[in-house]
Write a protein that binds this ligand. Structure first.
Ligand code: GLU
Ligand code: MG
Length: 435
């Protein structure tokens, strides 16, 4: 990488509120930063979506320092921000120990835990976002064409061309780009990768989408809801698992070719979705999005290609063999920390593969259209419900470790307090431009 074209390097991590925080160093300081790290207070682990600061048993307060150490394997020249490069960081203590509450380290540790059970995971986030006119605070979509309509691609042609070119220059393998349902909404999907890479890609792609938009006079939002009462932005996680015998989600004798281990993984994931909601749909605003009949996955059920099921099973096209089969967790949104989502799912998979769990009956219709008595359970309908489910999930507490688990929950509780008594419109307005 030529020092003359890169002047600054953005070193990012994602906090427990789902906000990407940053320190930057001049390019000439990068080698030093990689060796010794860059200082940053641990207090950011208890920062809220509004930058207010709470506290927790192990983490909080103004005292202490951590070292941010960039992962040079992910160093990327930001084609959409001339003069800049980016690298995600791991956080270390000043004594040179891995920091217990580092979310990226958690994702890596859980991937390793799965690997030691002989399981290798592939993941990909689908990124939905809203594009509006800058600098308006009130949302005014940058395109007016219909949902999934070619008109939007024409209206935003220059922006989207620039976006694809920029992502390609940054080595991001884009699979698809399309207009979504809500006004001004688009979606981009990225090729599957190992869990840490998938989370890094989520961060890189989002900041690229934002940076390119800014160059076109546009403003973007990845918030769970941009306008209360309308379809929101998901950040669905697709995942698949292999062991020494091949894919777990194909070639077996279970439903849709699931192997025994694959079915056990999906059954346990389904069961623990309420707890996972606190991580994947962690905001008060998340529950304005997670409602039936918006394809957000509001019901705790699974179904083959069922876009209303929180766990959608995808087999792919006949002939694609075992490469295409994957499961999509839909109850995840843009307020989530992708490292925590990736790590939590890896932990669930590692725990579940050999439990011999069986899936309940598939839901093959819109669950909301069923008579009340036949409807599958709703996932949490509010953040406090999701918090209660996570508090009760001993497996996730152990996986995250007390310091991270408690700091994460403290941030969630502070957010509940912050928005107590606020209307959906006020919550949407307060979070719309934060993610
Ligand atoms: N926008 C929907 C959500 O909130 C998802 C639409 C889809 O891609 O299925 O999750
Ligand atoms: Mg979508």
């Amino acid at each position: 990488m030529a020092g003359r074209i890169v002047h600054g390097v953005a070193l990012t991590w994602v906090d427990n509120a789902g906000i990407t925080r940053v320190k930057t160093v001049p390019f000439a300081r990068l080698a030093d930063a990689a060796r010794w790290g860059v200082g940053m207070s641990p207090v950011f682990d208890v920062f809220g979506v509004d930058d207010s600061i709470t506290t927790s048993r192990h983490i909080g307060g103004p005292v202490g320092d951590l070292r941010l150490r960039p992962d040079l394997d992910r160093l990327t020249v930001l084609a959409g921000q001339p003069g800049w490069a980016w690298a995600p960081v791991d956080r270390w203590t000043q004594e040179g120990e891995p920091y217990v509450a580092c979310q990226r380290r958690f994702a890596r540790a859980m991937t390793e835990r799965a690997a030691s059970a002989g399981l290798s995971l592939r993941m990909a986030f689908e990124i939905e976002w809203y594009v509006g006119q800058a600098p308006d605070d009130d949302p005014r979509p940058a395109c007016v064409g219909p949902a999934y309509g070619m008109t939007r691609i024409v209206e935003l042609s220059a922006y989207l061309d620039d976006l694809l070119t920029t992502l390609e220059a940054q080595g991001v393998a884009v699979e698809q780009l399309h207009p979504e349902y809500a006004a001004g909404q688009l979606e981009l999907s990225i090729a599957a990768a190992d869990p840490v890479t998938a989370a890094d890609d989520n961060v890189l792609v989002r900041q690229t989408i934002r940076a390119v938009a800014a160059r076109h006079g546009l403003r973007v939002s990845f918030a769970p809801v941009v306008v209360a009462g309308q379809v929101g932005n998901g950040a669905h996680l697709h995942f698949s698992v292999r062991d020494a015998n091949g894919a777990l989600f194909a070639g077996g004798s279970g439903p849709y070719g699931l192997t025994e281990r694959g079915e056990s993984v999906l059954a346990a994931t389904l069961e623990r979705l309420p707890a996972l909601c606190a991580i994947g749909a962690p905001g008060v605003a998340s529950y304005l999005r997670l409602v039936p009949q918006r394809w957000a996955g509001a019901f705790q059920c699974w179904g083959h290609e069922n876009r209303e099921a929180a766990l959608r099973f995808v087999t792919g096209v006949a002939g694609q063999g075992d490469r295409a089969a994957n499961a999509e967790i839909k109850c995840c949104d843009g307020a989530a920390n992708p490292y925590l989502v990736a790590g939590a799912v890896a932990a669930l998979v590692a725990d579940a593969a050999d439990l011999g769990r069986r899936l309940p009956a598939e839901v093959a219709v819109d669950p909301a259209a069923l008579p009340d008595a036949e409807q599958p359970p709703r996932l949490p309908t509010s953040l406090p419900e999701a918090i209660a489910a996570l508090e009760a999930d001993e497996g996730l507490r152990r996986a995250l470790g007390d310091p991270l688990f408690e700091a994460f929950l403290a941030v969630r509780r502070a957010e509940v307090e912050l928005f107590a008594g606020k209307s959906p419109e006020e919550i949407a307005a307060a979070t719309r431009w934060r993610y």
